[in-house]
Design a protein around this ligand. Structure first.
Ligand SMILES: [Zn+2]
Length: 440
């Protein structure tokens, strides 16, 4: 049994009553929060007490769509002329990079991105993985990185027909069974697919059959760019969401990513099937794509989340980009601010609560002990009316002092005490050089 006590924190609990405590405490035991608020330290036995020094303490953040394998793309320029559209970007960069990864690269790329996540105050990551040269067992390598850093993860393998028909189906099946048969709630699984434009009819049928037997949801890109819409219409005569619906892909646990080019009828389909749509604004901007209409999706009743899509591991920056993107698009300084913050702080945890057995996203009794002390002492009041302003204009620019994931201190004074960061960095630099040489 291990116990931890955090004292003297400015708590933003994000619990049902949305309570704040200017000098609050959190008592943690065996990975779970057992008490929060004005606690008497004398009645909270602990192996370690952390004085938060009046800094802001919040629940761990959640990244609802990541590609951990993309880590080694940082600083890399693909050979040849710059990609002029989305399809060229996939072919010239991402599909060459993922093909170049071996199983150790899979582990180390995930490890680095998860270390970044921990330092960004993110304690749960929903990942979408591809490594066609070593697909079998690759999700175990990603899982190994999660366990070494200490975060919670929901994994899937990206099935597509781009190399061979249905590549990755078995890896999804294997890993979903592994999670289902395990008593350990740290890891969860979904059935991953790339996108409609890379999935033939037979492959979609096989995925749908496999997932039905496993009682799982899907994790797939949808209408990220006009090309997914156009190729689906040309080859199959349908809108993308209508095609997915024919195979039973939408549902309570299914995550659809981007939706930049979705039409209102497809948003209604997402709503009527209680599906999830995850927005990734910086990725869309980086790829020169349209602005994902998440405000319209909210109006249609869709559950919208936010992720990073591999462009970083920093969830707050995405919520910020999300509302700024909408304000620029609509030329309206009144829109999207509260919605973007609520999507990050509330919707992302609701999404996790569909996928994981342990509840998370609030500082409350019975919640998973994912707790972050931001190196941020507020100089203006923090309450229900002002928290989002602090989040967007202050917290997002501060360091994380302490990250506690599953009741364990994994970031301590900005460092990761459980990992040899120097050795990892040396190893990763060598790996990145070798991967880049293989792509060239
Ligand atoms: Zn993605």
């Amino acid at each position: 049994m291990s116990a931890l006590l955090i004292t003297n924190g400015y708590l933003a609990t994000l619990d049902e009553a949305n309570r704040f405590f200017e000098n609050g405490a959190i008592h943690i035991e065996d990975g779970q929060i057992i008490a929060v608020g004005d606690l008497d330290a004398g009645t909270c036995p602990a192996d370690r007490t952390i004085d938060a020094g009046g800094k802001l303490v919040m629940p761990g953040l959640i990244n609802a769509h990541h590609h951990l394998y993309s880590t080694f793309a940082r600083g890399f320029t693909p050979p040849g002329p710059p990609s002029s559209n989305f399809e060229e970007n996939l072919k010239n960069l991402w599909w060459k990079l993922d093909m170049a990864l071996d199983s150790e690269d899979v582990y180390y790329s995930a490890l680095l991105a998860l270390m970044d996540s921990a330092r960004a105050g993110c304690t749960t990551v929903i990942d979408h993985h591809a490594s066609p040269s070593c697909s079998d067992g690759s999700l175990d390598e990603v899982e190994r990185a999660f366990r070494d850093v200490g975060l919670s993860g929901c994994l899937c393998y990206e099935v597509s027909d781009r190399n061979q028909d249905g590549e990755g189906i078995e890896e999804n099946e294997r890993y979903i069974r592994k999670c289902r048969d395990s008593d350990d709630a740290q890891m969860a699984a979904l059935f991953g697919m790339h996108a409609s434009m890379t999935l033939g009819t037979r492959t979609l049928e096989r995925c749908a059959e496999a997932a039905q037997d496993l009682d799982t949801g899907f994790h797939v890109h949808v209408a990220e760019d006009e090309i997914d819409v156009r190729l689906t219409r040309e080859r199959f005569g349908q809108r993308v969401m209508d095609r997915f619906a024919d195979f039973g892909i939408p549902g309570h646990k299914s995550i659809f990513v981007h939706g930049t080019c979705l039409e209102p009828g497809e948003m209604d389909l997402l709503h009527s099937t209680d599906s999830i749509l995850v927005n990734n604004p910086e990725s869309n901007m980086n790829n020169g794509l349209g602005v994902s209409p998440f405000l319209e999706m909210l109006q249609h009743g869709v559950t919208v989340g936010v992720g990073t899509d591999g462009i970083s591991s920093h969830p707050i920056s995405q919520a910020r980009a999300m509302y700024l993107h909408q304000r620029a698009e609509h030329r309206d300084p009144t829109v999207a601010f509260a919605e973007a913050c609520e999507i990050l702080l509330k919707n992302n945890s609701q999404i996790c609560n569909r996928l994981f057995a342990e509840p998370r996203g609030a500082l409350a009794t019975g919640q998973l002990a994912d707790v972050v002390i931001h190196d941020y002492v507020p100089y203006t009041p923090v309450d229900a009316d002002t928290l989002f302003g602090h989040l967007m204009f202050g917290v997002g620019f501060s360091r994380v002092e302490t990250t506690i994931a599953r009741g364990i201190v994994i970031v301590d004074a900005g460092h990761l005490p459980g990992l040899d960061e120097v050795a990892i960095r040396a190893n990763c630099t060598e790996r990145a050089r070798a991967i880049w040489a293989r792509i060239n």
